[in-house]
Design a protein around this ligand. Structure first.
Ligand code: AMP
Ligand code: GLY
Length: 426
C-alpha cells in the first residue's frame, strides 16, 4: 500500500515510525517531514496548504491512503478535497473539524445533545461580551472562537483581566480566529485528556495518555504545546473511563452524525474532573503532540488497518491492543521556548542516546545540515522510552536525554511525576 503522511512534528515522526512498521505498507512518503522522519519515510517538499499539489502527488504516485497529522490542513478541508477525487484520507472533514476549529460550534453541540460542559455565551462584538463578563464575574474563561495556535484561551482570575482579553481578541490580535469570542464558565478540578478513534458511527478509546503543558518542572511557567507525556495515567479509573465514553465521546459522535457531519479520525477531549463529574472544555480533532508519541510506542496493533477502518465506518468490528509496558516521552526544546528561540544549533549524541534500552527518539523540529542534525523549531526532540512502569520508562528516557549533547536545548526533568509518585505509594 502507498501512504502519504502530512505534517512535520514529533507526532508525525511517531506516526511515520508506526506506519513504516506495518507489513501492509510498500511505500511511505511524508510531506514536508523533518530530518528524523526521513529515516522512516521519503520526505517530499510539498506545500500541504496547496491541496491541488497534494492531490497531484497522490495521483502521480498511486497513493491509497493519506494520514493527516496536524489540525490546520483538516480545518482547511484537505480530507474533503482528497475524498472528492477518490483518495482515502484519515481525519475529519472540514465541517467535522469545527469541533476544534470553532469553540462556539462545540459548545452549541454540547448544549444540543446534553454533553456536560461549562455554561457559555457566544459573542461577535465586544460590548455584549463585556456586559456578560461583568454580569458573571471572575474567574471566567475568554476564548477566541477559531484556531489560534493554542494561544486563544485566557483563564481570567479578575474581571479586568477578562475585559482586557475581550478587548485584545476583538482588536484582531488573533485575526479572524478572534472575530467571534466564547465566554465560558471557569471549571475547577483536575484536567485530563481522553482520546478515541472514531468512524462516524462509533468510537474506540485509545490507551490513556497525559501531557504536561507548563514549560518548567512542578508544572510552573507559561503554557506550551506540551513538554512531555506519559501513558498509562492513574487518574482515569475504569468508572470514569465509562462515564467519559458514555456522557461525552459517544454523544458527540452521535450528535455529529445526527447533524449530517459524521466525525472520522481522532477525537481528543480536554476534560475537567469537576465536583459535578467530568465536563468537556475543548476538543481537538487529531492525535495529541506529544501524546501520540506514547500512544504509538504502546500500540501493539497495526495502525494502518485501524485508520482504514475509521475511514470506512468499520471500527465496530475492530479492536486495538496495547502493550502492558508504560511509556514516557520527554520533549527537548530550544532555550527560550515557548517564547523566542534560535534555530540552527548542532545536536550530537543521538545515536548513543538511542542505544539505551527501550528508547526511541522522535524528531519534532530538526533539519539535516552538512551531515549534522540541527535544531529547526521550538520543540525539537522527543526522547521516548518504554518500561515496565512509568518510573522505569522515565529513568530510561532521562538516561538517553543525558547522552544528548545539545547545549542550546532544555527539558523538564519530571515528566510523568504524578504516575511515578502513585507507583511509589503502591
Ligand atoms: P486550550 O488552549 O483550549 O487548550 O486551553 C488552554 C487551557 O485553558 C486548558 O488546558 C485548560 O487548562 C484551560 N481551560 C480551558 N477552558 C477552561 C475552563 N472552562 N475552565 C478552566 N480552565 C479552562
Ligand atoms: N499536547 C497538546 C496538543 O496536542 O494539543
Amino acid at each position: 500500500m502507498h501512504i502519504l503522511l502530512l505534517g512535520s512534528g514529533g507526532r508525525e515522526h511517531a506516526l511515520a515510525w508506526k506506519i513504516a512498521g506495518s507489513p501492509l505498507v510498500t511505500k511511505l512518503w511524508c510531506a514536508p517531514g523533518n530530518a528524523g522522519i526521513a529515516r522512516e519515510a521519503e520526505c517530499v517538499a510539498l506545500d500541504i496548504s496547496d491541496h491541488a499539489a497534494v492531490i497531484a502527488f497522490c495521483k502521480a504516485n498511486a497513493v491509497e491512503l493519506v494520514v493527516v497529522g496536524p489540525e490546520t490542513p483538516l480545518a482547511a478541508g484537505i480530507v474533503d478535497d482528497l475524498t472528492a477525487v477518490g483518495v482515502k484520507a484519515f481525519g475529519p472533514s472540514k465541517a467535522a473539524a469545527q469541533l476544534e476549529g470553532s469553540k462556539g460550534f462545540t459548545k452549541d453541540l454540547c448544549a444540543e445533545f446534553g454533553i456536560p460542559t461549562g455554561a457559555y455565551r457566544r459573542f461577535d462584538n465586544a460590548a455584549g461580551a463585556l456586559a456578560y463578563v461583568r454580569a458573571r464575574g471572575a474567574p471566567i474563561v475568554v476564548k477566541a472562537d477559531g484556531l489560534a495556535a493554542g494561544k486563544g484561551v485566557v483563564v481570567a482570575t479578575t474581571i479586568s483581566e477578562a475585559e482586557d482579553a475581550v478587548a485584545m481578541m476583538f482588536a484582531g490580535h488573533f485575526g479572524a480566529a478572534g472575530a467571534e469570542v466564547v465566554i465560558e464558565e471557569y471549571l475547577a478540578g483536575r484536567e485530563i485528556s481522553f482520546f478515541a478513534l472514531c468512524d462516524g458511527e462509533t468510537a474506540l478509546p485509545l490507551a490513556s495518555a497525559q501531557d504536561h503543558k507548563r514549560v518548567f518542572d512542578h508544572d510552573e511557567g507559561p503554557n506550551t504545546g506540551g513538554m512531555g507525556a506519559y501513558s498509562p495515567t492513574p487518574f482515569v479509573t475504569p468508572e470514569l473511563h465509562d462515564e467519559i465514553m458514555g456522557r461525552i465521546i459517544l454523544p458527540t459522535v452521535a450528535g455529529m452524525k445526527a447533524r449530517g457531519i459524521p466525525f472520522r479520525g481522532v477525537l481528543y477531549a480536554g476534560v475537567m474532573l469537576t465536583e459535578q463529574g467530568p465536563k468537556l472544555f475543548e476538543y481537538n480533532v487529531r492525535f495529541g503532540d506529544p501524546e501520540c508519541q506514547v500512544h504509538m510506542l504502546r500500540m501493539m496493533s497495526d495502525l494502518v488497518p485501524a485508520c482504514l477502518a475509521a475511514c470506512d465506518g468499520q471500527l465496530g468490528h475492530f479492536a486495538l491492543r496495547w502493550v502492558a509496558d508504560a511509556a514516557v516521552t520527554v520533549v527537548m526544546a530550544a532555550k527560550g521556548y515557548p517564547g523566542d528561540y534560535q534555530k540552527g544549533s548542532r545536536i550530537e549524541g543521538l545515536d548513543d542516546a538511542a542505544m539505551v534500552e527501550g528508547v526511541e527518539i522522535f524528531h519534532a523540529g530538526t533539519a539535516a545540515r552538512e551531515g549534522a542534525i540541527v535544531a529547526n523549531g521550538g520543540r525539537v526532540l522527543n526522547v521516548c522510552a518504554l518500561g515496565k512502569t512509568v518510573t522505569e520508562a522515565q529513568a530510561r528516557a532521562y538516561q538517553a536525554v543525558d547522552r544528548i549533547k545539545w547545549p542550546d536545548g532544555f527539558c523538564r526533568r519530571d515528566i510523568g511525576w504524578q504516575a511515578a509518585e502513585q507507583e511509589r505509594q503502591q
